[in-house]
Design a protein around this ligand. Structure first.
Ligand SMILES: NC(=O)c1ccc[n+]([C@@H]2O[C@H](COP(=O)([O-])OP(=O)(O)OC[C@H]3O[C@@H](n4cnc5c(N)ncnc54)[C@H](OP(=O)(O)O)[C@@H]3O)[C@@H](O)[C@H]2O)c1
Length: 332
């Protein structure tokens, strides 16, 4: 039997466990060119919140009463493709929240790496790591000596983006929701400083620790945190818009300060980007990220929840700040 997590209700605001249901289904027959993958780890990601809504976006919504899909690392248990053999470890970006998924061979990549845990292909060497790599380097363009601020800094994307900016010789300030996370950013990852957005006056604190202003603001969260950072941007600042998690569950987007005057008077550039924009360059990104990891210049953290049945809980935890680093679910 194949245990599956199904979307049974679209959320109105913050999702709850009632939106999900665990069912048992059959494992369908393989067709030529297909591979049967046994899930070892699955990824829960903030972007999935958007897919729970029934609206048009850059990616199609999850269908009601269907299994949820996302990144999976697993083992090939049966193959009708010449490209994969039984026992291969593979990663697929859109397999199911289920014990077994059928995938077309072209939708999988082999991910053997004896030195690293398999979860890295959902994290630092997967979609979040590549997002950080292209977002900070291609959009943020950090130069040595500049000040870089990263929000959502203790998450999978944020901690990678901040460390890359450090590699490039910048002063890096993280913003997260807890002192414990901030201690990790500074002591373990080498961030220069980190602020807790839940305590104190963020704008005032930032102004104190960024006396030269902000040259790059890597925005993972939006909302009032970003409003505070935007008041401190420098001439020719770059603001990569990676995510807006503080707004994913709001029913009506709040009206904040209008940033156009700030961008105009600072000749600054604010630019949204999606990881899919860089799909032709994923190989380059994975190679460089792997090299930095092997040189001990880049570290990562995984928050692992055990059991397929706990995938909804792990997903909801993203909106409560329960994860330090990449949130993954260990299925077997
Ligand atoms: N552009 C792209 O292609 C792309 C690709 C991947 C991810 N993203 C975006 O990048 C961002 C980070 O993704 P990730 O996978 O690395 O997730 P993550 O940061 O590992 O997990 C989410 C974190 O967001 C913080 N958060 C939750 N609600 C918040 C709120 N209301 N205000 C401020 N912070 C809040 C929490 O940390 P705290 O304890 O600090 O609150 C939580 O741990 C997300 O916005 C995601 O949508 C974009």
């Amino acid at each position: 039997m194949n245990r599956q997590i199904i979307l049974v209700k679209r959320p109105d605001g913050l999702p709850s466990e009632e939106c999900f249901k665990l069912l048992e289904g059959e494992i369908p027959e393989l067709k030529d060119g297909e591979v049967l993958v046994k899930t070892m780890y699955l990824s829960v990601d903030p972007y999935m919140r958007g897919r729970m809504n029934d609206g048009k976006s850059y990616i199609s919504p999850f269908a009601l009463n269907e299994v949820l899909t996302g990144g999976v690392v697993g083992e090939v248990v049966e193959s009708k493709s010449d490209e994969f053999a039984k026992g291969d470890m593979v990663m697929g970006g859109f397999l199911g929240w289920q014990d077994y998924s059928i995938a077309k061979a072209g939708d999988l990549i082999k991910v053997e790496n004896k030195d690293l845990s398999p979860g890295v292909f959902l994290g630092i060497l997967g979609m979040p790591g590549l997002t950080a790599y292209f977002g900070i380097l291609d959009v943020g363009k950090p130069k040595a000596g500049e000040t870089v601020v990263v929000s959502g800094a203790a998450g999978a994307v944020g901690m990678t983006a901040g460390q890359i900016a450090k590699i490039k010789g910048c002063t890096v300030i993280g913003i997260s929701g807890s002192d414990k996370k901030n201690e990790y950013l500074v002591k373990e990852l080498g961030f220069d400083n980190a602020l807790n957005y839940n305590t104190g006056n963020l704008r005032k604190e930032l102004k104190k620790i960024c006396p030269q202003g902000v040259d790059v603001y890597f925005d993972n969260v939006g909302g009032e945190i970003s409003d505070a950072v935007m008041t401190l941007i420098n001439y020719k600042a770059r603001i990569p818009i990676c995510g807006q998690i503080s707004l994913y569950n709001v029913k009506r987007p709040p009206v904040g300060p209008r940033v156009q005057v700030q961008l105009l008077t600072k000749s600054a550039v604010m630019e949204g980007f999606l990881i899919f924009d860089y799909k032709e360059r994923f190989g380059e990104g994975m190679e460089q990220l792997s090299k930095w990891i092997s040189e001990n210049k880049l570290k990562y953290s995984e928050n692992i929840v055990e059991g397929l049945e706990n995938a909804p809980k792990a997903f909801l935890g993203l909106f409560a700040g329960e994860n330090l680093g990449k949130q993954i679910v260990k299925v077997v």
